[in-house]
Design a protein around this ligand. Structure first.
Ligand code: NAD
Length: 293
């Protein structure tokens, strides 16, 4: 079993690290928020004062941080690459921009480390239940080393290609998701205005060509899918702020590659306005409220 340094013990990182403990690994944890470290300690993760202390002598380092700047700082400035030994496997599970993922991956590779970007889908519930999907970018040998560790935290592990391709897959997926949730919300609002019952629309479209995850698993009106956030007043789930973050990552990638994403741009504007109106912490499916109003 491996000695694993886990950096970033927040909503996702905390339960992911706890599942690695359950799988028999020895975990060292670091977070800038003391409460996160204390909670992790209760799940068997040994607190370390800083990144260098956690990484020194570890077999594997996993980061689960908010954004690209945190990841760049952690690896290049705050000690991961400096404190890791050459055999240490590096896994970044944060959702960040492709460019930063490739830059950090290149810096790690240049120093002889195996590194993968391995962002996740499945949210906090997926993290708690070790049921995440990992989209992994990196060299084949780095993927082969990372896969058994990721299996302790997830159900589906996909090698998406070279460095940064895990992040590319994640933002392309969430671009689809953000647009689809708006399209499903618009359809339910139009149905309301046309006097078409929401359950009827669900019964028809969930087996017709409008079928998609935003409809069948995460239906934005209460009733048809009892587990969807609409049934608990849009308590997240996956917050509108997170969706906006991912759409901005997609739009940033579109800008740097010359891809023309007209619906992506519009979806970003709509989530931006929704978040600006004070709904950052609501589930992203709550966007139907601003469509209705
Ligand atoms: P979070 O804010 O709950 O956790 C991030 C943690 O990193 C925080 O506890 C923070 O204190 C810590 N941190 C920040 N800088 C640090 C540093 N220098 N050293 C140590 N710790 C530091 O966020 P989260 O919900 O756990 O999300 C983490 C990543 O996973 C994000 O990139 C997010 O986009 C992605 N993600 C989240 C979800 C979700 O549903 N929450 C789903 C998929 C992907």
């Amino acid at each position: 079993m491996a000695v694993i340094a886990f950096i970033g013990l927040g909503n996702m990182g905390g339960p992911m690290a706890a599942n690695l403990v359950k799988a028999g690994h020895q975990l060292r944890g670091v977070d800038v928020v003391p409460a996160a470290v204390e909670k992790a300690a209760q799940a068997g993760i040994e607190p370390r004062a800083d990144i260098a202390a956690a990484v020194s002598g570890a077999d594997t380092v996993i980061t689960m941080l908010p954004a690209g700047q945190h990841v760049e700082d952690a690896y290049l400035r705050d000690g991961i690459l400096a404190a890791a030994t050459p055999k240490t496997l590096l896994i970044d599970c944060s959702t960040i921009d492709v460019e930063t993922a490739r830059n950090v991956g290149a810096a790690a590779t240049a120093q002889g480390f195996a590194m993968v970007d391995a962002p996740v889908s499945g949210g906090v519930t997926g993290a708690e239940n070790a049921a995440l999907t990992f989209m992994v970018g990196g060299a084949a040998d780095a993927f082969a080393r990372a896969e058994p560790i990721l299996q302790a935290m997830g159900k589906t592990i996909v090698h998406a290609g070279g460095p940064g391709n895990g992040q590319a897959a994640k933002i392309c997926n969430n671009l689809m998701l953000g647009i689809q949730m708006i399209s499903v919300g618009e359809a339910f609002v139009l149905a309301e205005k046309l006097g078409l019952d929401a359950q009827k629309l669900f019964d028809i479209s969930s087996t017709a060509s409008g079928q998609c995850w935003s409809l069948t698993t995460y239906c934005p009106v209460p009733g048809p899918v009892p587990t969807s956030p609409a049934n608990r007043d849009y308590q997240a789930g996956f917050t509108a702020a997170m969706m906006l973050k991912d759409l901005r990552l997609a739009m940033g990638a579109a800008g740097s590659t010359g891809a023309n994403l007209e619906l992506g741009a519009k979806a970003t504007d709509l989530y931006d306005a929704f978040v600006d109106a004070g709904h950052a912490g609501l589930d992203f499916s709550g966007i139907i409220r601003s469509i209705r109003n």
